[in-house]
Design a protein around this ligand. Structure first.
Ligand code: WTA
Length: 645
């Protein structure tokens, strides 16, 4: 990387930032060499406890068995809400910006407290207890945040299911963690379109006999069917309960939430995070990475259905007493200026979004950006997938007018909070690099044999010691947690990503090395899409891979072998695409379906995905070794019939 691509910290920014380069170095070294002292001090600064801990860190990292802040007692909701009431009851906690630009609503910490207490009381009244799992399937409205915090308040474990998931996907998630209550809305509205949330829940619940309670927020005026005794309107229920509710005393290691995510094999995994460690990592990373100062208006454009929304719309900002913007809409509705209009309207100072949104907006030209002021912005962030240097430069030059540093934050559902990222105003930037590890994060790159690569190089990215928000378990299947993350390289947490480290020690995330693909920042397991396809009666076999896509980052390419005698047709292609949308959700729809009478398999029957990936990417002149294929002619046929885009 030539030095001309380095964007040094602007001295003016550095003069305002919370710490300087030497401060980062000092804190980083302490966090690695003496984690107990470091994290003990940070916990005292960032969190309020009802009872102190007896030991900061204990357990065995290599077995995914760690405990942070043993014996400490606290409540995450209390930390995000009640703790701020003495100083900031009248401060805006949430700014809700509706899908329709005419709809917005500020919610103070006082309002938030009352709303959360009421919903917590409703949950209690309906029999929800500490440790119970509650499914939240909501649009981006304030009640989604209330729902998460109300669960945390009473010690229930929330499992937020993204509002784009299909009834089947909701059902699987409800059953896997035995959620017995659901919080939803009658409908959602996004980009002017209505989403039938309650209908989807009803379909899911047809196969979830244990669900005894559904609380329904009235987002639109549409009537929806109600099951007597099971379903209640949110607005009726909260009117009938008290607006005070004591926060349950929770152990530091009591579960806070489950969030399902896709892996390379099998069903999605319920990643479980616990209370103190998760909250601390969310709060400290929010503060230092985004150089958060009192008075900032922070906007993370993610959905609360994904981990980014959990950590940087809800828990991180609110734990720090910040003002967090909740956006119901999409970047291009009513027009392609929407993001920037919202920034002007609410004087957003820190904006955090995904590369896919930037690439989509970039393709529409500079005019929609330049039609707005954006003078309030002082800092930009990126998350979810590698940001290509072109998109980075556009974000930096056009959106931020060369005034705002960009923090490219690398992390995962399993890590709970950002792991590799610049600190704004501290770290010199290189477009496309997530730069340096955050406090407490010790990454290494390993070669195929598991040897540590020193200095500059490329390898599989692992983390070598525990950090407070590390995944604690896969709900109901601890062995799966050990097998997935702690077995490939014994003693290390394996991220599933590969990365490059340059001569300055900067990390450049390359991408997944497993069968997970990242489509528009949505993480999808190719195995899940394959399982959906083979449920279709006309499909005999399917193999799914990702291929590079200008806007989405990656897109879905499905090779489908039809049952004997079934005719190939465009109509069937469409039917299969719709079928996958129905099984998982519209965001998992294959972009391309190629009918493939045969798939490249080894003699032992294993599909050689490497070859399929190359064909999908149109890199067919370099297929590598095909000599182990049972029938090499299959490859010729696949190339000949390759779907031309
Ligand atoms: C990818 C999202 C490059 C990566 C927070 C990771 C990134 C997966 C970045 C996790 C980034 C996330 N640069 N790649 N800044 N951030 N990824 O669980 O492959 O939805 O393993 O968490 O997204 O996706 P997840």
């Amino acid at each position: 990387m030539s030095q001309s691509h380095v964007y040094p910290v602007n001295p003016e920014q550095a003069s305002h930032s919370l710490i300087d380069k030497a401060g980062y170095q000092r804190m980083y070294e302490q966090s690695i060499n003496d984690p107990e002292t470091f994290w003990g001090e940070q916990a005292e600064q960032f969190l309020g406890f009802f009872q102190p801990w007896s030991k900061v860190l204990s357990g065995d990292f290599s077995k995914a068995d760690v405990s942070w802040f043993k014996d400490a007692k606290l409540n995450a909701c209390w930390n995000c809400v009640d703790r701020h009431l003495p100083q900031r009851a009248d401060q805006t906690a949430l700014i809700w910006e509706g899908d329709d630009p005419a709809d917005s609503l500020p919610i103070t910490y006082r309002d938030l407290h009352l709303a959360v207490c009421r919903l917590a009381n409703v949950l209690k009244q309906r029999g929800v207890k500490k440790g119970d799992r509650v499914c939240i399937y909501m649009p981006m409205i304030p009640e989604a945040v209330y729902a998460m915090l109300a669960c945390a308040r009473i010690g229930a474990i929330h499992s937020v299911v993204f509002g784009g998931f299909s009834p089947d996907a909701i059902k699987d998630r409800i059953l896997d963690s035995d959620c017995q209550s659901v919080i939803t809305a009658n409908q959602g509205i996004r980009g002017g379109k209505v989403i039938a949330l309650k209908d989807n829940v009803d379909k899911a619940l047809a196969n979830c006999p244990n669900v005894h309670s559904v609380i329904v927020v009235k987002r639109t005026n549409a009537e929806v069917s109600f099951k007597q005794g099971r379903d209640v309107w949110y607005h009726d229920a909260i009117d009938q309960v008290d607006d005070q509710c004591a926060a349950e005393v929770m152990d530091a290691e009591d579960p806070l939430f489950i969030l399902y995510t896709s892996g390379s094999t099998g069903k999605p995994k319920g990643v479980l995070h616990t209370t103190a460690g998760y909250l601390l990592s969310a709060a400290i990373s929010h503060k230092y990475i985004f150089d958060y100062h009192e008075g900032d208006v922070f906007w993370c454009s993610a959905d609360v259905g994904w981990v980014t929304g959990h950590s940087y719309i809800v828990y991180g900002p609110l734990c720090n007493g910040a003002t967090s913007l909740v956006f119901e809409g999409v970047p291009t509705y009513p027009d392609a200026s929407r993001f920037w209009q919202v920034i002007d309207k609410h004087q957003v100072t820190i904006f955090y979004t995904a590369p896919t949104a930037l690439r989509a907006l970039m393709s529409m030209g500079n005019e929609p950006v330049q039609a707005t002021s954006r003078q309030s912005l002082r800092l930009l962030g990126s998350v979810g997938e590698p940001i290509n240097p072109e998109a980075w430069e556009w974000y930096y030059n056009v959106v931020g007018e060369q005034r705002c540093p960009i923090v490219d934050t690398w992390w995962q559902t399993e890590t709970g909070a950002s792991m590799i990222s610049p600190l704004a105003g501290v770290t010199d930037l290189k477009p496309g690099s997530a730069t340096l590890p955050f406090f407490g994060v010790k990454p290494e790159l390993l070669d195929a044999d598991g040897n540590i690569i020193t200095g500059a190089g490329k390898g599989n990215l692992v983390i070598t010691q525990s950090w407070p928000s590390q995944i604690r378990t896969v709900f109901g299947d601890h062995q799966r947690c050990v097998d997935t993350y702690f077995t490939a390289y014994p003693g290390y947490y394996f991220t599933g990503d590969s990365a490059r480290r340059d001569e300055d020690g900067y990390y450049w995330i390359i991408g997944r090395v497993d069968d997970v693909i990242n489509v528009s920042g949505h993480r999808l397991g190719t195995a899940e899409i394959e399982s959906a396809l083979v449920l279709h009666p006309k499909v005999a076999e399917a193999a799914v891979v990702g291929f590079p896509h200008d806007i989405k980052g990656q897109a879905v390419y499905a090779y489908v072998t039809l049952m004997l005698g079934v005719e190939e047709s465009d109509a069937l292609r469409k039917e299969l695409v719709a079928f996958v949308a129905g099984e998982i959700g519209a965001f998992a729809r294959p972009d391309i379906i190629q009918f493939a009478p045969g798939l490249p398999k080894t003699r032992s029957g294993k599909i050689m995905r490497r070859i399929l990936r190359k064909i999908a990417a149109n890199e067919t002149d370099n297929l590598g070794d095909t000599s182990t294929l049972a029938d090499p002619s299959v490859v010729e046929q696949l190339i000949a019939n390759r779907h031309n885009r």
